[in-house]
Design a protein around this ligand. Structure first.
Ligand SMILES: Cc1cc2nc3c(=O)[nH]c(=O)nc-3n(C[C@H](O)[C@H](O)[C@H](O)COP(=O)(O)OP(=O)(O)OC[C@H]3O[C@@H](n4cnc5c(N)ncnc54)[C@H](O)[C@@H]3O)c2cc1C
Length: 275
């Protein structure tokens, strides 16, 4: 069993920087996930946690580069007369300070500036990237880890799996559109993965957006000892996941980090889910 003092979640702040980055590679990981590799001055890019996010700025229609803000004495400002570009949050899936590379992975869905950009992404195009401004560093030394989410959580889940050491016990529960949206989850850790496919759901499960993840979690055994739960995805689904785990499965509220990565019917929604 772990010593509790090694298990504190630590908040770290980073100096805010905005960068103009160029696409060098575009890879299709699944029917619903596109990985984009960016390059530029990334020598001092810092991302201390698997669930960090950067603000991605997209070029305005007809432009090849996005307008970028700068950080002045009065905070973040765009140049006079420049319209604010569309901006959305994405997870730094992988970065390499020496090779000046940053990978982002875009879940494709029906419509929105980010998904439309990702669906047409090509080498030579430009994106703006701001941050990360800070990190919540969750120790890897828990007796067990549970990672829950949908397509938008897959970049963070993959990054977490890549950093968990051999011998760590981790359960992953992911809901995706269909079998073609499933990806490989390489890890040194001892992994138990459950995939839920939306197109195979029936009855009540198919009608209630929050139900499939909760039902799948009902089949997951939580080992004894000190555990940590991380969950991200659609707001109502993740709210239900947190309520179920804390109320029905005895997870301590201090041992769960739950975030809305999007909200049905809202643009660019982000919320930490607590009481
Ligand atoms: C901290 C953080 C990290 C994130 N990391 C990632 C990441 O690494 N990869 C990733 O793909 N996403 C990630 N997201 C989610 C992403 O920012 C949102 O899905 C975003 O809204 C997409 O922007 P858009 O322009 O495509 O759609 P928007 O213009 O924001 O929304 C348009 C419509 O699409 C709906 N919508 C938005 N996202 C989805 C979705 N995934 N599925 C179905 N409908 C949707 C909205 O409800 C809205 O009705 C992250 C979000 C946060 C807060």
């Amino acid at each position: 069993m772990q010593n509790q003092s090694n298990l504190e979640v630590v908040r770290v702040r980073h100096p805010l920087k905005f960068r103009l980055l160029r696409v060098t590679r575009v890879e299709t990981l699944s029917s619903a996930l596109v990985r984009v590799t960016l390059t530029g001055d990334l020598s001092d890019f810092v991302s201390a946690s698997f669930d960090d996010h950067v603000k991605v700025f997209f070029p305005a229609p007809g432009e090849d580069k996005p307008a970028l803000p700068s950080l002045g004495p009065d905070g973040i400002a765009f140049p006079d007369g420049v319209e604010r570009p569309a901006a959305r949050d994405y997870t730094p899936r992988r970065f390499d300070n020496n090779a000046n590379e940053l990978d982002l992975e875009f879940a494709l869905h029906e419509a929105g500036p980010a998904t439309a950009w990702a669906a047409q992404a090509k080498p030579g195009q430009y994106l703006g990237v701001g941050g990360p401004r800070g990190s919540m560093v969750i120790p890897t030394g828990f007796d067990w880890h549970l990672l829950v989410g949908d397509e938008t959580a897959l970049p963070a889940i993959q990054r977490r799996l890549s950093e968990l050491p051999s011998g760590a016990r981790v359960a992953v529960v992911v809901e995706v559109a269909n079998r073609a949206a499933r990806i490989a989850l390489p890890t040194e850790a001892d992994l138990y993965a459950t995939w839920v496919y939306r197109d195979e759901l029936e009855g009540e499960q198919a009608e209630q957006a929050a139900q499939p993840l909760v039902d799948a979690l009902g089949e997951v055994w939580l080992p004894p000892g000190e555990g940590y739960v991380w969950a991200a995805g659609e707001a109502s689904a993740i709210r239900a996941v947190r309520a179920y785990l804390c109320n029905d499965r005895g997870v301590d509220k201090k041992r769960i980090r739950a975030s809305a990565y999007w909200r049905r019917g809202a643009q660019a929604a982000h919320e930490t889910i607590d009481d």
